[in-house]
Design a protein around this ligand. Structure first.
Ligand code: GAR
Length: 216
């Protein structure tokens, strides 16, 4: 019997190195029975778009038209949902089973999160629950932690909050700058994101409340 091929959609806003790490592991056959079918960027000039195309992956820019600048909360959230519905339409056209956020800098609407419940992953450059939000590596340095790292988690409505799938730890050195620490963390990001995707595709992740058990 042929096994199911998982269709993966990746949302990006920038460089796309995590996106590329996942695409490579699929190409190399390390992640089997999966295909990255679309990359969607919230920024027209995101280098991730060209990187995806260089791997033969369809890459789209969907213009958010700066909806986050809308000062009225309710109107802003309505615009957020309208934007997300456009993304969902593209994901649905391609029967996407798993959505990866890879440096995607917009908060998803509750509508999106409910629609793909348990099927959205994110990577964050800190050991959550420490240092959620922006500039996590800078936050870690300023706090004076001795160890930093990264986290792959399922996405819930609260930002950087959902059940943790994998984490990796790196040391923080006295002479670290945001750049050197970010680079050390990024290397680990490129290991654990593809690993988490592989476990998901293999059906090895069992979520119960906040806990994700990795089946043997
Ligand atoms: C990565 O370090 C990722 O963990 C971070 O943005 C960077 C994107 O780099 N994400 C967040 O901070 C999300 N809260 P990339 O575009 O090269 O993958």
């Amino acid at each position: 019997m042929e096994s199911k091929v998982f269709s993966i959609g990746i949302l990006v806003s920038g460089r796309g190195s995590n996106m590329e790490a996942v695409i490579r592991k699929v190409e190399e056959g390390y992640i089997k029975n999966a295909k990255v079918v679309v990359v969607i960027s919230s920024r027209r000039d995101a280098p991730a778009l060209e990187k995806a195309r260089a791997h033969g992956v369809e890459a789209l820019f969907i213009d958010p038209k700066d909806f986050w600048k809308e000062p009225d909360y309710e109107r802003r959230e309505k615009l957020r949902e309208e934007y997300d519905r456009k993304i969902i339409a593209e994901l649905e056209k391609r029967n996407v089973d798993l959505v990866l956020l890879a440096g995607y800098m917009l908060k998803l609407s509750p509508h999106f999160i409910r629609k793909y419940k348990g099927k959205i992953m994110n990577i964050h450059p800190s050991l959550l629950p420490a240092f959620p939000g922006l500039n996590a590596q800078k936050q870690a340095l300023e706090y004076g932690v001795k160890y930093a790292g990264c986290t792959v988690h399922f996405v819930e409505e609260e930002v950087d909050h959902g059940p943790i799938i994998l984490q990796a730890v790196v040391p923080v050195y006295d002479d670290d700058t945001v750049e050197t620490l970010s680079e050390r963390i990024l290397e680990k990001e490129h290991e654990i994101y593809p690993e988490a995707v592989k476990l998901y595709v293999e059906g090895k992740l069992e979520v119960s409340g906040r806990k994700v058990r990795i089946k043997a």
